[in-house]
Design a protein around this ligand. Structure first.
Ligand code: MN
Length: 243
């Protein structure tokens, strides 16, 4: 079985090249796979299933075309699109993944995360994350008036931009001990995540073995993917044509 993993496309009408690249990916590369996993920050922002704009509706249609062929798409929320709800999933035929999720593919146990939960040195963010991702808070947010949600969405994007500029690179990256903790907890030697926009493959010193942490990159001038087949797991990039 061949599975593909992507994350951090940050789809927005402001970057039509990335949206086009994704649609092309769906109809070419992804048709060679048995499953597609999207590990968060697929959309740059998500105000609510009831407030989808033409751009998001078009992406939803493309996703539906893909799942209609019988191949599954799995979507894990990121810190930008955690508000995606049941209606979007129903429209697109996508299956929701909890963060984290343990999967077994080709006899390999693999832990999937978006990655923000591993950035434990950013305590301010972790406090905010615990609050905003609380099911009760999320439920109330879904009921809040659209204008309120739009303002909140703009604030989240602003805060995340400011944080990137003002916080050190170390704080914004994963904490090595948090990686080890979660891998020991789930008893895996393979971890795949995105979020940090630092595509790479890292060795992780676990108690009984050396694990691997695969980090997906964000889509911009190029797209990133991880392919898992019967033989190996590989991280790859491909150019995205700018308009
Ligand atoms: Mn993220």
């Amino acid at each position: 079985m061949k599975a593909l993993f992507i994350s951090d496309l940050h789809l927005t009408p402001e970057c039509p090249a990335v949206a086009r690249a994704f649609c092309h990916y769906l109809s070419s590369r992804a048709t060679e796979a048995d499953a597609l996993y999207i590990l968060g920050d697929f959309f740059e922002y998500w105000v609510g299933d009831d407030a989808m704009d033409d751009f998001q509706i078009d992406i939803a249609r493309q996703l539906r075309q893909y799942t209609d062929t019988g191949r599954p798409i799995y979507l894990m929320p990121g810190n930008r699109d955690f508000g995606i709800g049941k209606s979007f999933l129903h429209q697109t035929g996508i299956t929701w993944l909890q963060d984290p999720t343990l999967v077994e593919i080709n006899q390999r146990r693999i832990l999937l995360l978006h990655g923000d939960s591993l950035c434990t040195r950013d305590q301010q963010y972790q406090r905010y994350r615990r609050f905003i991702r609380n099911p009760l808070v999320l439920g109330l947010l879904r009921l809040a008036p659209l204008t309120y949600r739009k303002n909140l969405g703009a604030r989240i994007r602003h805060n995340s931009r400011v944080a990137k500029e003002s916080k050190s690179l170390e704080i914004m990256d994963v904490t090595p001990s948090a990686v080890i903790d979660v891998m020991e907890k789930f008893q895996v030697d393979t971890l795949i995540h995105g979020h940090t926009h630092r595509p790479d493959i890292h060795d992780v010193a676990l108690k009984k073995s050396t694990g691997k942490r695969y980090v997906l990159g964000d889509w911009g001038d190029q797209g990133w993917e991880i392919e898992l087949n019967n033989k190996a797991i590989t991280l790859g990039a491909f150019p995205i044509q700018q308009p």
